[in-house]
Design a protein. Structure first.
Length: 230
């Protein structure tokens, strides 16, 4: 019973903090703010993060940041496979070290604040690269941080990403993940595009697999009711 009451107090406190942090008249439930389709990552502004850092209840600050970042990762996982995996891994490692008493409360707060800032920076990458969110997801799926892939240069990698989105989008069908013939066709198409632009041969198999997983993520959005005739 005591645990439930403490949990209720915690949720109430979090709601109060978030409602103060967001420029809005309405009280915003933390779970609504972080768990709906379009959570506003801007609540992790420098001002908000400074407020969290200055909170007297350090354990509450950790919980608040963990909830917001975990839900942000969940939201990204619906659109960008590689990016969400990376952030999920970083979040999990920090929390595990904290739970194992490997780092102090003050340090986990700093790590989570830094992760929040990295998420904000990730949102700017698409703008900097002049790519849509879909194109950026495929760009990331190309394992662009691999040294053998980096040599292709941003311009070529951007071109590959754009062509992948355009071509894959035209070839996915509503039930393509259940049809081996369609999957095989897409695999051939992806490999052809990679070869066309000189993607490293020994990296093509892994990249093709990641690209197809990314396509599977976005296919529901592309073939949904509002996109049927798109």
């Amino acid at each position: 019973m005591g645990d439930r009451a403490a949990s209720g107090d915690l949720d109430h406190a979090i709601r109060q903090i978030v409602s103060k942090a967001v420029a809005s008249d309405q009280v915003i439930d933390i779970f609504a703010a972080a768990g709906l389709k379009n959570p506003d990552i801007s609540i992790l502004s420098d001002q908000f993060l400074a407020e969290v850092r200055g909170m007297k209840q350090k354990n509450l600050a950790v919980e608040l940041l963990r909830k917001l970042l975990a839900d942000e990762v969940k939201t990204r996982s619906r659109r960008n496979l590689v990016q969400s995996r990376s952030f999920a891994d970083m979040l999990e490692k920090s929390i595990r070290r904290y739970q194992n008493r490997a780092i102090e409360t003050a340090q986990i707060i700093e790590e989570l604040i830094e992760l929040a800032k990295e998420m904000r920076e990730a949102d700017k990458r698409g703008e900097d690269l002049h790519l849509s969110s879909d194109e950026l997801a495929f760009y990331d799926a190309l394992e662009v941080n691999d040294s053998a892939v980096k040599v292709l240069g941003d311009e070529t990698l951007r071109t590959i990403a754009r062509e992948l989105v355009d071509t894959v989008k035209r070839n996915v069908t509503i039930d393509w993940t259940q049809k081996e013939s369609v999957r095989a066709k897409l695999r051939v198409i992806v490999k052809r595009i990679l070869r066309k632009y000189g993607y490293p041969p020994d990296k093509q198999e892994a990249a093709t697999s990641t690209v197809l997983q990314q396509a599977e993520l976005l296919s529901d959005l592309w073939t949904g009711p509002t996109q049927m005739r798109g």
